[in-house]
Ligand binder design. Structure first.
Ligand code: ZN
Length: 265
């Protein structure tokens, strides 16, 4: 059974120096491809170099709302160049965030919509982060050009009522292992309403750890001793979601594999 990770951050500094070992473990666990999302100009070179080293890596470049304060005057030119120079590259992580304390909202919409339109022009997938800004997200998605092949709402945690209207605009929805925590009932219920042909699965590694009893690959941050999510935990996320949806695991895996190919490849 082949597994597809719709969203992670293999380039994250907390993984520094361990990427070869993490990739080998993920491949041994059945991971066929992983979308590795850059978040700012300073980590795009690392994403590109991972894609050159490991064929499992599907490179993605974008400015995440948390880091737009760091952007240089030529960030748009730099983004276009990374896309041009990296075969198969897609766009992300981009988005809107009104949740993170002290993060300015100013500028987020312009940076997001510029990147969304770039994804539309090139017809490549865009991977989107959205926290506490679903109304504006919907309006901006509706008002702007979107990639014809669709876009990903990673770790979708918006209202269940918005699943259909967002799907009508081309949304795909990826389920993280973090939603397998007991208390994430609302998010699990929401995913039961996602059309099967729009469903994807992600680790978001090194973030969004699974419940301890489900994690098959425990990992800690050497610097802080904090737990990290290992990309090889993807199989446990698939198994957890299959149980929630009451679907045989091979059937879910086949659907997710088709969806991944259609959106990203
Ligand atoms: Zn992310």
């Amino acid at each position: 059974m082949l597994l597809y990770d719709a969203h992670n951050h293999l380039q994250d500094d907390r993984f520094a120096g361990r990427q070869a070992e993490l990739v080998a473990a993920a491949q041994a666990a059945g991971v066929a491809r992983m979308v590795v999302n850059g978040a700012c100009e300073s980590d795009w070179p690392q994403v590109q170099s991972l894609a050159r080293s490991f064929s499992v890596v599907l490179p993605s470049f974008g400015y995440h709302p948390w880091y737009i304060g760091e952007r240089t005057s030529d960030w748009q030119g730099a983004l276009v160049k990374f896309l041009d120079d990296t075969p198969g590259a897609v766009i992300g992580e981009i988005g809107l965030d009104r949740w993170k304390p002290d993060l300015p909202y100013d500028g987020q919409e312009e940076v997001f919509t510029w990147q969304l339109r770039l994804a539309a022009e090139r017809n490549v997938a865009a991977s989107i982060h959205c926290l506490q800004a679903w109304g504006r997200m919907f309006d901006l998605l509706r008002a702007n050009a979107r990639p014809a092949r669709g876009f990903l709402l990673h770790s979708y945690g918006g209202p269940v009522e918005m699943v259909k209207p967002l799907a009508d605009l081309g949304a795909h929805f990826s389920f993280p292992g973090y939603y397998l925590h007991e208390r994430k009932v609302r998010q699990r219920e929401t995913f039961k309403q996602v059309p099967l042909e729009r469903l994807l699965i992600e680790t978001d590694a090194p973030d969004q750890c699974l419940p301890d009893e489900l994690s098959q690959h425990p990992l800690t941050d050497a610097a802080t001793g904090r737990p990290l999510n290992h990309p090889a935990n993807l199989g446990a996320v698939y198994a957890g979601l299959a149980k929630e949806l009451n679907l045989p695991l091979p059937e879910l895996a086949a659907r997710v594999g088709e969806n991944f190919a259609r959106l990203f490849e």
